[in-house]
Ligand binder design. Structure first.
Ligand code: PLP
Length: 397
């Protein structure tokens, strides 16, 4: 039977990482996969994580299964991190959270739930979006539609195009929004635009699904949750997929969560029962370690302060690199304007480089960028920025 199986194409982003690993050039530069790197090009374990792990090693008394929805304390912390402690959604007990294996796990549980409970409803995603979004929701059996997002002319948000498309969405369709630090463009709506999105969602009775994978990487923990809180108006329903891969550097521990905000407590409980049903037939219950680390850090004032400081350092480094890159580009005599890179948020930027230029950078200089022209800004450092600018100058001339 297996002789008939066709080889699947490699994942568009993780496949590039593999090619990078196999490249013998000692000066190679990897700006493809979405992983934070420090000044030395290392993806560090945060100090607060190490400290929490020490405490957990001491106190852990069992390896028995977690409940289907994971650790209750973790789930509560996740909600508070998104909404703050005073929010109406929490006071009304109308949000339920399940711990998931990473943000990807949260998206897939959301997809399976939606496909089961709301058959035929389409999911609208930004064009472009994180390439795994279409994979996940197609696998779950959800029809996909797109809305414009990136305006090539301004290297900014095509807000008019986005709103025009979303106005066509029928009642009950699902609107996938990036909570902050849009991947791949780095372009987020302004607070006023979030307000208009909130109005539209409410008026048209659409279901917002927020992918919230980068809280704290844009402007700050609270600032990055502003869009989400704008959408979460009294009575508004929504789904939120959280990830702690990036802001805790817990990539390989697979720590995420899916939060469903219902109109009232009773329907939230019913949704939770459906989410558990989806999880039980999928991976049964989540792994504990990463979530225990996050829960420990968030519950301890000292560790929490340490985390916020480390997160601020990652954020500041990314923003510093954006400035360095833009300065170096203009100093290197490239006349194309790259200043928009400094306005974008989070780890990614759309460089505006096309597929041919991206291929040339890889083939001639061992500089790895995703085909869409997306660069992981965190992969740039003092040590490689000059070589990167030299490469960009070469492919633009
Ligand atoms: N959503 C977006 C927009 C992402 O960029 C990523 C990771 O790159 C994820 C979700 C998934 O994160 P995780 O590694 O926690 O599954």
């Amino acid at each position: 039977m297996f002789q008939q199986v066709q080889t699947a194409p490699p994942d568009s982003i993780l496949g590039l990482n593999e090619a990078f690993r196999n490249d013998p050039n000692p000066e190679k530069i990897n700006l493809s996969v979405g992983v934070y790197k420090d000044e030395k090009g290392v993806t560090p374990v945060l100090k607060c994580v190490k400290e929490a792990e020490k405490r957990l090693l001491e106190s852990e008394s069992t390896k028995s299964y977690l409940p289907i929805d994971g650790r209750a304390g973790y789930n509560e912390s996740v909600r508070e991190l998104m909404f703050g402690t005073e929010h109406e959604v929490l006071a009304a007990n109308r949000a339920v959270t399940v711990q998931t294996p990473g943000g990807t796990g949260a998206l897939r549980v959301a997809g399976d739930f939606l496909a089961d409970s709301f058959k035929g409803r389409a999911l609208w995603h930004s064009q472009p979006t994180w390439p795994n979004h279409p994979n996940i929701f197609t696998a779950a059996g959800i029809p996909l539609k797109t809305y414009p997002y990136f305006d090539k002319a301004t290297n900014g948000l095509d807000f008019t195009g986005m709103m025009e498309a979303l106005r066509q969405a029928p009642k009950g369709d699902i609107i996938l929004l990036h909570g902050c630090c849009h991947n791949p463009t780095g372009i987020d709506p302004t607070p006023e635009q979030w307000k208009e999105i909130g109005d539209l969602v409410q008026e048209k009775e659409l279901l917002p699904l927020l992918d919230f994978a980068y809280q704290g990487f844009g402007d700050g923990l609270k600032e990055d949750a502003a869009g989400l809180r704008e959408i979460a108006r009294p009575g508004q329903e929504m789904l939120i997929c959280s990830s702690f891969s990036k802001n805790f550097g817990l990539y390989n521990e697979r720590v995420g969560a899916l939060t469903a905000v219902a109109a009232d407590e009773a329907s939230a409980a019913a949704v939770l029962s459906q989410l558990k049903k989806v999880i039980r037939s999928n991976y049964s219950n989540p792994p504990t370690h990463g979530a225990a680390v996050v829960e420990t850090v968030l519950a301890d004032t000292g560790l929490n302060a340490m985390w916020e400081e480390e997160l601020a350092h990652m954020r500041d480094r990314i923003n510093g690199i954006r400035k360095l890159f833009v300065d170096k580009i203009s100093a290197s005599g490239i006349d194309q304007d790259f200043s928009f890179i400094q306005k974008q948020k989070g780890m990614f930027s759309f460089s505006g480089l096309n597929q041919m230029q991206v291929d040339q950078l890889r083939n001639e200089m061992s500089i790895y960028i995703v085909g869409s022209g997306r660069i992981n800004v965190a992969g740039i450092s003092e040590a490689n920025v000059d070589r990167l600018c030299e490469g960009i100058k070469k492919v633009l001339s």
